[in-house]
Design a protein around this ligand. Structure first.
Ligand SMILES: [Zn+2]
Ligand SMILES: [Zn+2]
Length: 243
């Protein structure tokens, strides 16, 4: 399949996973344990993908200045998810007191819209470089999409909005992902900026959003799953990646 068509198809799949995560909250039939598993596996897989695949490919595309864009991508998410946003963490939002003012929920939504836009940028950038890079970035994005939709929907509920609103917020994240995919399709020549920026975003989501959630869990099982996520990337590499 053509890399652009594939990017759009997989962008739609990732967007659907956002909506599924939102529906899980809106319907209240959910098993939080499974979401945590996704977060731990996703953290390991995303961390390995960004550091071992996306950063080296970025350096190859634009030389040492790629390092600056990786940092910029990282700080961009730190700014919108955790600086202008009074209270944010991945996973279920239960601290209703933090959201007595409903607009605080809106700033979380904005932060996540910017983050998910770069999820989309990452997928297309990957396919513009190689099929291998595109696929593993897609898996990295997919693994945290359900918890992401779940997170935004639970923030909406905690800030006093309806279940319909909660679900719509997850639809918005899906749409932002797709917008990122299509933006990169339109500006293909900017892949040497898109890839390092989205590598920085991916590092942030893995190491600063997901790992802290994994570390909140008692016991070692969840922490060990991070290594399973890392091993999964190297397993795929040994089977599918032609060096
Ligand atoms: Zn909270
Ligand atoms: Zn994401």
């Amino acid at each position: 399949m053509h890399p652009i068509a594939l990017s759009i198809l997989l962008g739609l799949t990732a967007a659907a996973a956002n909506v599924l995560g939102g529906a899980v909250v809106a319907r209240r039939h959910w098993e939080q344990r499974y979401l945590k598993y996704f977060m731990a596996l996703g953290a390991g897989f995303m961390l390995a993908t960004s550091l071992v695949e996306m950063v080296p490919a970025s350096l190859q595309l634009r030389g040492f200045s790629a390092g600056f864009l990786v940092l910029l991508g990282y700080l961009l998410i730190h700014f919108f998810e955790h600086t202008v946003t009074p209270h944010f963490h991945f996973g279920e939002e239960t601290h209703r007191a933090e959201f007595v003012q409903a607009h605080k929920g809106m700033s979380v939504l904005l932060g996540l819209i910017i983050h998910t836009f770069f999820d989309g940028i990452a997928i297309t950038s990957g396919f513009l470089v190689s099929n291998w890079l595109g696929w593993i970035i897609f898996i990295a994005v997919f693994l945290h999409k359900i918890p992401e939709g779940f997170t935004v929907a639970s923030v909406m509920l905690a800030s006093g909005r309806s279940r319909g609103w909660a679900w719509s917020a997850s639809v918005l994240l899906g749409a932002a992902t797709l917008a990122g995919v299509l933006t990169m399709v339109l500006f293909k020549h900017a892949v040497s900026a898109g890839l390092p920026l989205s590598a920085g975003v991916t590092i942030y989501v893995a190491a600063s959003d997901l790992i802290p959630e994994v570390n909140k869990e008692p016991g070692v099982k969840m922490a060990l799953l991070v290594f399973v996520g890392v091993a999964f990337l190297f397993l795929l590499d040994s089977i599918f990646h032609v060096h």
